[in-house]
Design a protein around this ligand. Structure first.
Ligand code: FES
Length: 110
């Protein structure tokens, strides 16, 4: 039997580091997912860009306040760093993606 190394990780170039401003959000379509990125305390974080309640596009309905991402549709809140749900019984945690900055670019591991 032959075996093959399996590597499913893909690095997505989400843009120039300078375009990721503290407290602002940016959404990219990457590898079939909508991904919301924001810089908090100097570090860029990436979360799934669809609300886990009723699927609102967080690029439109999402609002970043400090460490909290808020969905304006019905009030779900998440921790930007962990993706943990902070409020709203109908929502669940948001998937997070690992981010690295290299040579002035923001790379998302998917
Ligand atoms: S769709 Fe986001 S809280 Fe309902």
């Amino acid at each position: 039997m032959r075996t093959f190394p399996v590597c499913t990780m893909v690095l997505i170039d989400a843009g120039a580091s300078e375009d990721f401003v503290e407290g602002e959000k940016k959404v990219v379509d990457a590898n079939g997912d909508r991904v919301l990125l924001t810089r908090f305390e100097g570090k860029v974080y990436a979360l799934h860009g669809k609300c886990t309640h009723q699927g609102a596009d967080l690029g439109i309905a999402g609002k970043v306040t400090g460490r909290v991402l808020h969905c304006r549709m019905h009030g779900a809140n998440w921790d930007i760093v962990t993706g943990d749900k902070l409020a709203h019984a109908g929502a669940t945690d948001l998937k997070t993606f690992k981010v690295e900055e290299s040579n002035g670019r923001v790379l998302v591991e998917m």
